[in-house]
Design a protein around this ligand. Structure first.
Ligand code: S3P
Length: 443
């Protein structure tokens, strides 16, 4: 279907932002819940599933592979799994839309299933590198054929008798780690993956939740994750926490609009996801977490942001994996802060839904902020005044660029427009309504 662009404009709110809200379910956990449930024996109930377009692609793909996927009510889903090795050949092309996570994790699952599948995605996903998963996955016996540069569409012939993998990740990527672990589910013996920096561990947590044996050890070379293959995954109910990467937008908006106070309830607080909150606190943000609890094995809490002015900071490269999706919104906060913010080690941003390093710099520059890219670093010069605004931001099919630009528009002198807000639905359906409810001016 032809894409219909939805331009949107944000202007400085007439008053402070106030309210208590919930954001949609965590995207990473939602994808994994559907996939692991599809590989388990029995029926898994999922509560709080993100119904964004990315996750709906995963739901459709697991259905095409033979799992029974049922939506009972908003956020409440049931999946009857096929058991490891039990997926069936899909009779059509698997369309993963805008989602790198869906595409890469599914490559892992398919690599150790003896079936043929073809995978594609939208124009953004078709530009993104897939060799980072297909190359190591080939070692288990799977065969991949792709377009030049290892891009989608991709044809996959999964291994008949997959071998376990032993691999050291060249880049810190939870998607690559998870793809290899998923392939290891249907290979005998131990799959061993070493990651140079710890990345989000939702796969490890959820694999254990479904009954797999996963060991984690710290070594000089990094973190070694080992999975014992061919376990019987058993259906296990999943509660999906609110996505901290989505909560970031209303919370940062509250930090930038004078007098604001916003609470987001039920936010996932896995320490491998909370680098943004650490950084904002270093910038002087008034962020308070209450009601901390464990839900479905993941830490969750209510986060309140109260406006009190921000100052620049230095964000070290080893923090990047814990806030990899939050740099665009952090850069917006930095542009409204006093002093300089240096964000270092952002190479991976080049291969997100857009080249996010360039797109973030462009979104700020066009709105009057001073920004430099030096190698893999982004440097934002805050001033004593908020950025002028007035720019039309190109979102490049990237939901987080769109939402970051709109948050900037709530604080800048003049309105900020985005060329297309439609991709926000990939991760945060209801974003505009939620922000309007807090008092934002979006039109
Ligand atoms: C994700 C991992 C991250 C992140 C993406 C979701 C995941 O990507 O950017 O939005 O669910 O594993 P990388 O692991 O490739 O950095």
């Amino acid at each position: 279907m032809a894409h219909i662009s939805r331009p949107l404009q944000a202007r400085r709110a007439a008053g402070p932002l106030r309210g208590t809200v919930r954001v949609p379910g965590d995207k990473s956990i939602s994808h994994r819940a559907l996939m692991f449930a599809g590989l388990a024996v029995g029926e898994t109930r999922i509560e709080g599933l993100l119904e964004g377009e990315d996750v709906l692609c995963t739901a459709a793909a697991m259905g095409a592979l033979g799992a029974e996927v049922i939506r009972d009510a908003p956020g409440r889903w049931r999946v009857a799994g096929r058991g490891i090795g039990g997926l069936v050949e899909p009779d059509g092309v698997l369309d993963m839309g805008n989602s790198g996570t869906a595409a890469r994790l599914l490559c892992g699952i398919l690599a150790s299933h003896d079936l043929f599948a073809v995978m594609t995605g939208d124009a953004s996903l078709r530009r993104r590198p897939m060799r980072r998963v297909t190359e190591p996955l080939a070692a288990c016996g799977a065969r991949f054929q792709s377009r030049a540069g290892g891009r989608l569409p991709l044809a996959i012939q999964g291994a008949r008798d997959a071998l376990p993998l032993e691999y050291t990740l060249p880049v810190a990527s939870a998607q690559v780690k998870s793809a290899l672990l998923l392939a290891g589910l249907n290979a005998p013996g131990w799959t061993r993956i070493t990651e140079p920096e710890p990345t989000r561990d939702h796969s490890e947590n959820m694999l254990r939740h479904f009954g797999a044996e996963v060991l984690v050890e710290s070594h000089a070379q990094g973190r070694l994750v080992s999975l014992l293959g061919q376990p019987e995954l058993v259906a296990a109910d999943v509660m999906v926490p609110g996505d901290p990467s989505s909560a970031a937008f209303p919370l940062v908006a509250a930090l930038l609009v004078q007098g604001s106070c916003v609470t987001v309830q039920g936010v996932g607080l896995n320490p491998l996801r909370t680098g943004l909150f650490t950084t904002l606190r270093e910038m002087g943000a008034n962020l308070v977490v209450t009601n901390e609890r464990l839900e479905g094995g993941e830490p969750v809490g209510d986060v309140t942001a109260t406006y009190n002015g921000l100052r620049g900071t230095d964000v070290p490269p080893d923090r990047a994996p814990s806030m990899i999706d939050e740099y665009p919104i952090l850069a917006v906060a930095a542009a409204c802060a006093t002093g300089v913010t240096r964000m270092r080690g952002l190479r991976e941003l080049r291969v997100k839904e857009s080249d996010r390093l360039s797109a973030t710099a462009a979104l700020l520059t066009i709105n009057g902020a001073r920004v430099e890219i030096e190698g893999d670093n982004l440097i934002v010069h805050g001033g004593n005044q908020v950025p002028a605004g007035g720019g039309l931001v190109e979102t490049h099919m990237d939901h987080r660029i769109a939402m970051s630009a709109l948050v900037l528009g709530l604080a800048s002198e003049r309105p900020v427009r985005v060329d297309d807000s439609a991709f926000i639905d990939t991760s945060f359906p209801g974003f505009a309504a939620l922000m309007l409810g807090l008092g934002a001016d979006l039109s």
